[in-house]
Design a protein around this ligand. Structure first.
Ligand SMILES: Cc1ncc(COP(=O)(O)O)c(C=O)c1O
Length: 388
């Protein structure tokens, strides 16, 4: 029988799904990684118009429509005063595909030496450094590419210390991933950290993948990107409409990078995907181009819920680093807490689903209405008493 590839055998289906399956049907779901707001009407209407006109019946350019890439380019100018040529953008099937392209195009598998010496045959594969706890895809995509995952410990406040990244870099390091605001922690890296990440990418000549899918969901201060500070082409940025415009089901993200890097990533995209879904491209163009007040409203709602959740957790005596962005909180929880909470009908995700160092934490998503959150907090209070 044809055996399965070792690369695929080394990953398993995300631990988050197991949690959903363990919970009852009318459980309150604080496990979801998607906003509970509708997609903006202008995006829905643009897709409907494009479908009705027949504009989406064929493939678009591999990189995506010129109009969408221009809208993405304008966004970077508007938000960060960055000039990005539309030809240096690939529209992807969500941020997920963008991460896949970046890792696939830059990480060598076992049997290959560092980029300057491909004759070595005993290398176990190039290394990818990423935060632990961190978004589940970084580890899995590294393995699928045949690389070696190197999870990094976080600071007490759950941000990633640039010094820890710098110390972990070896001759075998191909990539380090920065994710701010972060899933699962809600942590936001400071401008100083982002400057450091850019410097490290420049000085060590190592690629920094900056995963910015939560870039607009920040409560204090503002999101900064290492792309603003790099002096080389060693930073690529991944983002998406998924979280900002509540468009997770549309599957539309993108990656930006230097012309050379985009050309390599396009090789993967072209053969695996051809192009992002055309209706989603039209919807995304409209979402990015129109007035952005709906984003601001959503962020204010998340902030109100974050404060409610933090107050509730603090009353229970659970220590929680204050999340400055995204829509997650990550309290330290006693042994057995997650199981107690799930048994009582509230879905939360055990921290260890996001890496070894996530043990002893739980991820709570507050992309749920205030009333449900209040009810869930009451249940967590009971569960906390039960395990203490
Ligand atoms: C940090 C992070 N990056 C990327 C993604 C992928 O997003 P998308 O739904 O656009 O594929 C997610 C989704 O949860 C995420 O949390």
């Amino acid at each position: 029988m044809t055996d399965f590839s070792k690369r695929v055998e080394s990953v398993s289906i995300s631990g988050i799904r197991e949690v959903f399956e363990a919970a009852g049907e009318d459980a309150i779901n604080l496990g979801l990684g998607q906003p509970d707001f509708p997609t903006p009407t202008r995006a829905r209407e643009a897709a409907i118009d494009a479908i009705e006109s027949g504009a989406v019946d064929g493939y678009t350019q591999n990189k995506g429509t010129r109009e969408l890439r221009e809208a993405i380019s304008e966004k970077y100018d508007r938000d960060y005063s960055l000039t990005i040529d539309p030809s240096n953008i690939i529209a992807t099937s969500g941020g997920s595909e963008a991460l896949h392209l970046a890792i696939e195009a830059h990480v060598d598998s076992a049997g290959h030496g560092p980029a300057d010496d491909r004759t070595q045959s005993d290398s176990p594969g190039q290394e990818v450094l990423f935060p632990d706890p961190g978004f589940v895809s970084y580890d899995a995509l590294t393995r699928i590419a045949g690389g070696v995952p190197k999870p990094l410990e976080l600071r007490e406040d759950l941000t990633l210390d640039p010094a820890v990244v710098e110390e972990a870099i070896t001759d075998d390091t191909a990539v380090f991933v920065v994710n701010s605001p972060a899933n699962p922690t809600g942590a936001v890296q400071s401008e100083e950290d982002m400057r450091e990440f850019a410097r490290i990418a420049d000085e060590h000549d190592v690629l920094c993948i900056s995963d910015e899918v939560y870039e607009h969901i920040v409560f204090e201060g503002e999101h900064r990107s290492p792309l603003e500070f790099t002096e080389s082409d060693n930073v690529v940025v991944v983002s998406a409409c998924s979280k900002t415009y509540s468009m997770t089901g549309w599957r539309l993200g993108w990656i930006t990078g230097s012309n050379e890097r985009i050309e390599r990533m396009l090789r993967v995209h072209q053969y695996a995907q051809a192009c992002a879904s055309a209706p989603a491209q039209y919807a995304a163009e409209a979402a990015l181009s129109g007035p952005q007040e709906d984003v601001e409203r959503m962020v204010r709602a998340f902030e109100e819920r974050r404060d409610l959740v933090l107050d509730g957790l603090s009353e229970m005596g659970l220590e929680t680093p204050t999340p400055q962005g995204a829509f997650y909180a990550m309290p330290k929880v006693p042994e057995g807490w997650v199981e107690e909470v799930i048994e009582r009908g509230v879905i939360v995700v055990p921290g260890k689903a996001f890496g070894e160092r996530g043990s002893g934490y739980a991820r709570i998503s507050y992309a749920t209405g205030i009333e449900e959150l209040e009810e869930a907090l009451d249940i967590m209070r009971e569960a906390t008493r039960a395990v203490r």
